[in-house]
Design a protein around this ligand. Structure first.
Ligand code: C2O
Ligand code: CU
Ligand code: CU
Length: 571
């Protein structure tokens, strides 16, 4: 792949010292199998790109250079750039952002979220051939992953495919997924959390004939809502991992909630039905979403598209990476009335608040997410369809391993998150991570509770975190004992799966019951929330394509810390 115009203005400004240097070349990076936790102690980072000029980073070029073959239906150029966005009143915030251009195909396939740092919304149809040329204008390596899409491994954004600043990577694939709310984000190893945090994420909305026939709200009545939490310094700049090692181990929790990249937004609606597409694009925060007045949520879709029929929930859990499509009917609400989408209290994470610092906005507390104001009369009357879609469930008896589930146990070992005792290795695959293409398997994720030792030691080795890193204050108080009662949103690349069942250890049942009524397991999923002490069994239809795919925790700090592995699809 040719190096693009080597130096762009974006990578020349900024303050080089402030940033975590990516000094190694991509080749070294590929050689660094098993990058341990030690390499990831970033301390409090502030966004001051770049670390190095793009031209200083040696480039090995992409691992695979797919040939540009057919004429795509939709051909898009996407760049990751540094820019500014008006997130809060006052000084604009320095962010990273995807900027897109349609080279071929319907210009309406790319839509901006006005004024937002979030990437363009890509709209495409099932069956279309999509080409995306990604150019990395950052001064650190990156690669795009299409979250939820079933694509060949070389199109999936494996960290081994990451390209250096100035370089490009071309994707080309046919969209085979059902209509639904998908998204894209960076996936370089060790820097996914940082890059998503500073703004790199976009939605990919797929339509198909079945969805078109369902009679759902479209156009301005079909609204994407990306929920993220962020922490800002006094100058409105983003602060990442202000509590150093604690944030890295537990997952980042921001102090403010942003929706579509904006703080304190009010969504104004007409008196009619809407489709609200919610994505939890946060790094580590889990939401328990509910309307302030107790109105139930009407769920019409999950990660992998529409449910067969709508289900009602008093609240819905949404963990990082998950999506939920809601039917929200405001037709019987008076003009001028307001509703608030709130986070409701939930338990099961007490231990996460025992570490040195207390988050300003603790996970599982009560807070507002989005205010909705009914502002005008509606234009049309839409009724909730009784049938939304049809599909056959995967069945346990279809699984090639129905009697011996493939078990992946998530546990903390020596201050690092592990899967079956292992951490991420760039091209490492263990014998229990080899599967056969196109088969159905039972996968079982187990969230193993245990004692997290060596806190004192950890605190010393994490060195200079604390004061001076911006945003954090009052940390380092007291020496915590912490159990690893953490939830893990587990995500599998290259597939959509179904949840077969869940079990929870009796001593953790009380916490689990504060969220369990909000788990929507009726449809297709690619990310599943696994609470402390929980065991989740999935029926997974494995990819037809052979090669390496990833499975990992979508708490991005956990992912960057090694809670990720390859699985290998064999013919
Ligand atoms: Cu959305 Cu591998 O992640
Ligand atoms: Cu993914
Ligand atoms: Cu996790």
């Amino acid at each position: 792949m040719p190096r693009a115009a080597a130096v762009c203005p974006v990578v020349e400004k900024g303050n080089p010292q402030m940033f975590q240097p990516a000094r190694y070349s991509r080749r070294d990076f590929l050689g660094r199998v098993g990058l341990g936790f030690g390499a990831l102690m970033l301390g409090g980072q502030q966004l001051s790109p770049p670390l190095t000029r793009a031209a200083d980073i040696p480039s090995a070029g992409p691992m695979l250079a797919p040939a540009a073959t057919s004429d795509p239906d939709l051909d898009i150029a996407l760049e990751a750039i540094e820019t500014q966005a008006q997130v809060l009143p006052g000084t604009p915030t320095r962010v990273w952002s995807y900027r897109g251009r349609v080279l071929r195909g319907d210009p309406a396939s790319l839509q901006e979220l006005p004024g937002s740092y979030l990437g363009p919304v890509i709209r495409a149809r099932r069956g279309q051939r999509l080409r995306v040329t990604f150019t990395n204008r950052l001064a650190q390596e990156s690669i795009i992953h299409w979250h939820g899409l079933v694509v060949p491994p070389e199109m999936d954004g494996h960290p081994g495919l990451a390209v250096a600043g100035g370089d490009s990577y071309t994707y080309e694939f046919t969209i085979v997924n059902r209509a639904g709310t998908y998204w894209f984000h960076p996936h370089p190893h060790g820097h996914t959390g940082q890059q998503v945090y500073f703004g790199l994420a976009g939605l990919l909305l797929i339509t198909d004939d079945e969805e078109g026939a369902a009679g759902l709200p479209t156009g301005e009545y079909d609204i994407p809502l990306v929920i993220q939490d962020r922490t800002f310094d006094a100058d409105n700049q983003l602060v990442y991992l202000p509590n150093g090692m604690t944030d890295q181990l537990m997952g980042f929790l921001g102090e403010r909630i942003l929706v579509n990249g904006k703080a304190d937004q009010t969504l104004t609606v007409a008196r009619q039905a809407y489709r609200l597409r919610l994505l939890n694009g946060s790094n580590g925060r889990i939401y328990k979403l509910g309307w302030n007045d107790g109105t139930p949520l009407v769920v019409i879709g999950t990660d992998g598209g529409l449910l067969r029929q709508a289900v009602q929930r008093d609240y819905v859990m949404l963990s990082p990476g998950e999506r939920v499509d809601l039917w929200a009917d405001f037709s019987d609400r008076p003009v001028g009335s307001e509703m608030v989408l709130r986070n409701r209290a939930f338990a099961g994470f007490e231990s996460t608040h025992m570490m040195g610092s207390r988050p300003t906005l603790p996970e599982g507390s009560d807070y507002d997410i989005l205010r909705v104001r009914v502002e005008r009369p509606g234009n049309n009357v839409l009724r909730l369809p009784s049938r939304l879609s049809s599909f056959d469930d995967l069945r346990l008896e279809d699984a090639v391993n129905s009697r011996s589930p493939r078990t992946f146990t998530i546990a903390m070992q020596h201050m690092a998150w592990t899967i079956n005792g292992r951490q991420f290795e760039m091209d490492g695959v263990a014998p229990d991570e080899v599967v056969k293409a196109g088969t159905v398997e039972v996968w079982e994720f187990v969230n193993q509770p245990g004692q997290m030792g060596m806190m004192g030691q950890m605190d010393q080795s994490s060195g200079g975190h604390g004061a001076g890193h911006g945003g954090g204050s009052g940390q380092d108080s007291g020496m915590p004992t912490m159990t690893e009662e953490m939830a893990h949103p587990m995500h599998i690349h290259g597939v959509q799966f179904q949840v077969l069942d869940r079990q929870v250890r009796s001593e953790m049942r009380a916490g689990w019951e504060t969220v369990s009524a909000g788990l929507v397991d009726e449809g297709w999923k690619d990310t599943v929330l696994m609470m402390p002490g929980e065991r989740v069994r999935l029926l997974v239809k494995l990819p037809e394509h052979t090669g390496l795919y990833l499975y990992h925790c979508h708490n991005l700090e956990h992912e960057d810390g090694g809670l990720m592995r390859n699985f290998k699809v064999m013919a």
